[in-house]
Design a protein around this ligand. Structure first.
Ligand code: F6P
Length: 475
């Protein structure tokens, strides 16, 4: 079983959005979704005759392979039951909370695990069917942790990389997972395992020793042969912090229409003295309530004034059929209502809450309009929003308040780092950021911009693929 592609990307989703109706040609039905991963991998895909394997995002049979924007796309279909058990269940109600330090209680359900195994096998078989002899296969994220091992069973000739976009938890937490050994063994089918932070890679290496009884030396894991025909393999685990297409955001932010839109936004808000901004998926890992509580107390105490200080809260809809997300939405909306009821005046509420998704132009305009960006995640693999804000601030003004529990905190040293659980500390950081002097803002922003532009998404993909090439390789 071999296909004709020398480079295969496997991710839970295809890099396209559906915009047309069934029955229309695929180029009309689908539009590329402008994500960082696609931007980084498009040139590699074009050069290496690449293919992207993923789920198109709704239940039903997989459409035939199709091409959009020069990319070859192969769909993996999920039934409605699999969307419930694999996507909403095991991926987003078991692994997601577990890997984010059990901020919400993870649910361990055996039928969800069965669906995870079934769907991972389908992805592995799809990859095996597309990869040319000796191809490179890059598997992405927590939804697909069994794919490397399953793929290696079918195809010993391919070189497999795996990148985990979310945190890998400490062992005491990971150990709660009834299927911890299977997950570790699945991941170890790869030749190279990439994580966001060194601490994630260290957590994984410990899990290899404790959950699967492997031995490790530095960043290498010794994987004993699975059967008589195979040899001992060495698998490397390391940190490769993901990033954004910084130059593309910079170009957006310098566009005349986007700059005008930023002015219109501030004008529509009543020309406040301070605009604070939060942009997240509506997810309990993002610390949205902590941010609201800090803002509310600052208004109560008169350390921020209303009108005068405005918080724009963009919380885009996400995983809306998962119980914890529904509960969070209710709580956020009640809290916003309470703050606006208490501190608002006719025509000028202090919190502008937007439960919507926006195109990148509007996001860039919001970043330009905001004096202070608030990223208060309780746990976050990287947080690309923080990097997008920095990439857009070409006049080196503005300030970033950033949770130390994000991967971005390792890199963005010019941010005001906070522990979002410490509401007093968070409030102090918000006030310091809102009253920063222009020279201090410039010094901090310059350092962050250098980092984001140097370590952009192309650099991330190139360094991961270079390390994959050098990894010990198929044994
Ligand atoms: O950060 C992990 C991630 O899976 C991203 O890759 C993705 O953008 C986001 O979470 C939302 O995921 P989904 O909508 O597929 O559940």
């Amino acid at each position: 079983m071999a296909g004709g592609h020398d480079f295969v990307v496997v991710a839970s989703r295809l890099p396209v959005d559906r915009v047309g109706e069934d029955g229309q040609p695929p180029e009309v039905q689908w539009r590329p979704s402008p994500g960082g991963l696609v931007t980084a991998l498009e040139p590699v895909m074009a050069e290496a005759n690449g293919v992207w394997i993923g789920w198109p995002g709704s239940a039903g049979p997989a459409p035939e392979p199709f091409g959009v924007g020069g990319m070859h796309l192969v769909s993996v279909g999920l039934s409605a039951d699999e969307v419930r058990d694999f996507y909403e269940g095991f991926s987003n109600a078991t692994l997601w909370p577990l890997y984010h330090d059990v901020i919400a209680p993870p649910m361990f359900r055996r039928p969800w695990w069965d669906a995870y195994v079934t769907v991972n096998r389908r992805f592995a078989e799809a990859a095996a069917g597309q990869a040319a002899p000796g191809a490179t296969v890059w598997v992405n994220d927590y939804q697909l942790q069994l794919v490397p091992g399953m793929l290696r069973e079918i195809r010993r000739d391919v070189r497999i990389g795996f990148f985990n976009h979310i945190p890998f938890p400490g062992y005491e937490i990971f150990a709660q997972l009834p299927w911890r050994r299977q997950i570790v063994e699945g991941l170890l089918g790869a030749d190279l395992l990439g994580f966001q932070r060194h601490s994630d890679a260290a957590n994984f290496l410990l899990a290899c020793r404790r959950a699967a009884g492997m031995t490790t030396r530095g960043s290498l894991v010794r994987v004993p042969p699975r059967d008589a025909g195979a040899g001992t393999r060495e698998v490397r685990a390391g940190a490769f912090p993901v990033s954004i297409d910084a130059a593309a955001f910079g170009r957006l932010a310098s566009r005349e229409d986007v700059r005008k839109r930023a002015t219109v936004i501030r004008n529509a808000l009543g020309e406040p003295e301070v605009v604070l901004l939060g942009v997240d998926r509506l997810d309990y890992t993002k610390g949205i309530l902590h941010r609201l509580h800090a803002f509310s107390e600052l208004l109560d105490e008169g350390r921020l004034r209303s009108p005068g200080s405005v918080l724009i809260l963009v919380a885009s809809p996400s995983r809306e059929r998962v119980e914890q997300y529904r509960l969070l939405r209710d709580e956020v909306e009640v809290t916003v209502g309470r703050i606006n009821g208490q501190h608002g005046e006719l025509g000028s509420p202090p919190v502008h809450y937007l439960h919507q998704s926006y195109p990148r132009e509007e996001m860039a305009a919001l970043y330009l309009a905001a004096d202070v960006m608030l990223v208060t995640s309780l746990r976050d693999g990287m947080n690309l929003v923080a990097k997008e804000y920095v990439a857009c601030r070409d006049d080196e003004s503005g300030a970033l308040v950033l949770s130390e529990f994000t991967g971005a905190a390792d890199e963005l040293v010019g941010a005001f780092l906070v522990n979002p659980h410490d509401i007093e500390g968070l409030k102090d950081a918000i006030v310091r950021a809102a009253t920063i002097s222009p020279p201090e803002a410039r010094r901090r922003m310059r350092a962050m911009r250098r980092r984001v532009y140097d370590n952009d998404v192309a650099h991330w993909a190139a360094s991961f693929l270079a390390a994959l090439k050098q990894a010990p390789g198929p044994g």
